[in-house]
Write a protein that binds this ligand. Sequence first.
Ligand SMILES: O=C(CO)[C@@H](O)[C@H](O)COP(=O)(O)O
Ligand SMILES: [Fe+2]
Length: 226
Amino acid sequence: MGVAAKIAPSMLSSDFANLASEAKRMLSLGADWLHMDIMDGHFVPNLTIGAPVIESLRKHTTAYLDCHLMVTNPLDYVDPMGKAGASGFTFHVEVSKENWQELVQKIKAKGMRPGVALKPGTPIEEVYPLVEGEHPVEMVLVMTVEPGFGGQKFMPETMEKVRVLRKKYPSLDIEVDGGLGPSTVDVAASAGANCIVAGSSVFGASEPGQVISLLRKSVQGAQQNN
Ligand SMILES: O=C(CO)[C@@H](O)[C@H](O)COP(=O)(O)O
Ligand SMILES: [Fe+2]
């Protein structure tokens, strides 16, 4: 048995003007988590949503809100995101070298689950101390595109990081994010990813529920073959 599969549609590809109904639609189609991309227009060249929108959405659902913080100063977001009702708080290792221990402790103190993300060009060794620390992160998000935008092409060269991580940490949640869909998920699942973020492939499908179930079957199938 592997680590539980979590399929997380990226709400970045949803109709933001109808966020609550889009979220409910995804959950009714079998989504486990809702992936929320928080971008500050500085760490990445795009600006999306922040704590006020998470707070609004939280009034409509009890679902796990898997928040991916693409921001330069993640520490500034811990209190507001905690109050807003975020479930997971995943910050980037590239901007937290100096203060990740404080960050992780504060995230946990606010009742959220800490995770660390890394860009395609960042070496995997950089997250080891965070997974093995006294206050460890509970998920590693391996970016499979450059962060900033949905709808980009999956980068297969990032899979070596997933393989290395899975070998080293058999029970860790490993999330992949960017360009995942029916044609790329098998590679990620067999490398060892168990949390699959998918935006354009889910929201752009005529049958999003079928895509969600296919993504889940891919993770489960890969785990049975291992
Ligand atoms: O974090 C990001 C982009 O920076 C992602 O969560 C994307 O929103 C995923 O979208 P697709 O690549 O699946 O369309
Ligand atoms: Fe994301």
